[in-house]
Design a protein around this ligand. Structure first.
Ligand code: MSP
Length: 484
């Protein structure tokens, strides 16, 4: 059996361009994908864009109030290409970029709807509820804080319409059991407990169609309604592998990679994933994801970074200042698994200067310079050596990339201090044998750091490997100091 690893990010709404919050999840998934490729697994990394529904329709119409469906399609095409461009800049190594307006994806959704209807798991009902258009979700009063959606600070409106409903309630016990037994791991533990608490109350059936939203996939059994954007969106995780529906021949990719090993989600979308998504999979009799990994938010000026609040930093801005690897590193250093993390230009600059310019960059340039001026003959180094690899494997699986960065930083600090403590600049002249032994140890440490950080800062690692192979000559500074 192949050792496979299937990892997904949420698919991003195309009503806005990607900000640092979106970049965080995409880079985190990329880091894990790169690590497991490096460790020899067969990897499939899926990301993409969520392109239907009210929110998208609204932003397309803001630009062009009379937009036809073709024009809305052009709008989403342009938006999706912005995501792809930013991911390219950030060196994201996805295997497939799924878009929910792809014909094949839409056909998958239709096939699933027909199946659910045939299985008697979908029924029509008149519905009245409070709707948050930004979450694209009906809310309970108890979900609201001072009458407002806690994520978007807006008052949901009452919406009344005939909808089709999916019998989610039928799967409540099975969902609970899958989570309690660890068949589906929800991490971190606190999030799992939150979900189990939520599941103590009765789950309601959910509406899976919209009457008043034109921009969506028409229901095959009622063309006046479009598919609820979340149902449409969840199926990306299947259609991204070329799976086309329960009655269709499964694709090779699906047979190789299903189920997902890790599905990253933000804490705001964990509940829908742990209930509706799992419910749909149970209805389809498909194996469940092994792990749903939830993270908290990057915040700026005390609020979740988001388009609707208007407090965003764009990844391109960070790339301009800190380079691609610098940006990837700074985002991965954020410990946002258990709590929201405040970011600011000041904090980013400090961290860049300390960890990268004065830390790793300085270490590598000092050691390589010492080697060049000392003219020591050094042995051939094994560039693949990683110490404590099992520990890194475990941290990768838990999504604790910031802990991996801490491990690398501890080694960098230790190595930099060793150079000072041993006064290596003098030692290479006064005690060359001792100095040579220390330098060999330092090169091995640098190789180990480069390997550990490779999925986070892939270009830097390649530059270090090349320099080692080319007589320790660095063609450029790894992380130039910032201007004052
Ligand atoms: N389209 C849905 C997901 C469908 S998946 C089947 C969606 N899109 S989103 O663009 O609004 O959000 C995508 C992801 O970005 C979510 O996981 C969300 O938590 C994350 N982030 C959005 N803002 C964020 C921060 N400020 N910080 C970290 N991540 C946050 O929801």
């Amino acid at each position: 059996m192949v050792d496979k690893f299937y990892i997904t990010t949420p698919i991003y709404y195309v009503n806005a361009r990607p900000h640092l919050g979106h970049a965080f999840t995409t880079i985190a998934a990329d880091v894990q994908a790169r690590w497991w490729r490096k460790r020899g697994k067969k990897v499939f990394f899926l990301t993409g864009t969520d392109e239907h529904g009210f929110k998208i329709e609204k932003s397309a119409l803001e630009n062009n109030p009379d937009a036809s469906l073709e024009e809305i399609q052009k709008f989403v095409d342009a938006q999706a290409s912005i995501f792809k461009k930013v991911w390219r800049k950030l060196n994201i190594s996805y295997d497939y970029f799924i878009r929910t307006t792809f014909k094949e994806h839409c056909q998958t959704v239709i096939n699933v709807l027909n199946y659910l209807r045939n299985e008697n798991l979908i029924y029509p009902k008149k519905y009245r509820g409070l709707y948050c258009p930004e979450c694209e979700e009906f809310k309970k009063r108890s979900d609201l804080v001072e009458g407002k959606c806690p994520f978007h600070q807006i008052k949901p409106k009452i919406v009344e319409e005939k909808n089709f409903f999916f019998k989610l309630s039928k799967f409540q016990e099975k969902i609970k059991q899958a989570i309690t037994s660890g068949e589906v791991k929800i991490e971190p533990e606190t999030r799992k407990n939150e979900i189990l608490k939520f599941l103590e109350k009765k789950l309601k059936d959910i509406s899976i169609s919209r009457e008043k939203i034109k921009w969506g996939i028409p229901l095959p059994f009622d063309k006046k309604q479009t598919t609820y954007v979340w149902l449409d969106a969840f199926l990306n995780y299947l259609s991204g592998l070329g799976w086309r529906g329960p009655y269709q021949k499964p694709s090779d990719k699906f047979l190789t990679f299903w189920p997902p090993d890790i599905q990253w989600v933000g804490k705001d979308i964990l509940r829908v994933h742990s209930t509706i998504w799992i419910g749909i999979l149970l209805a389809l009799h498909l194996p469940l994801p092994k792990k749903i990994l939830a993270h908290c938010f990057l915040s700026l000026k005390d609020q979740k970074m988001s388009k609707s609040v208007g407090n965003v930093i764009f990844p391109e801005e960070l790339i301009e200042k800190f380079g691609v690897d610098g940006t990837r590193y700074l985002l991965m250093a954020e410990p946002i698994l258990n709590r929201d993390s405040p970011v600011s230009w000041e904090l980013f600059k400090e961290k860049y200067q300390a960890d990268l310019a004065n830390g790793l960059g300085n270490l590598v340039s000092r050691v390589f310079k010492l080697i060049r001026i000392s003219h020591f003959q050094l042995p051939k180094f094994d560039l693949t050596k990683i110490e404590n690899v099992k520990k890194i494997d475990a941290l990768m699986n838990e999504g604790k990339i910031f802990n991996i960065i801490e491990i690398a930083q501890a080694k960098i600090t230790y190595a930099n201090q060793l150079i000072n403590k041993k006064q290596l600049w003098d030692l290479i002249k006064t005690h060359p044998n001792e100095a040579r032994t220390i330098i060999i140890r330092l090169v091995k440490t640098i190789i180990n750091i480069a390997n550990i950080l490779e999925p986070i800062t892939p270009n830097t690692t390649q530059t270090i490997y090349q320099a080692i192979s080319n007589g320790f000559i660095l063609k450029k500074q790894l992380f130039p100091r910032l201007p004052k």
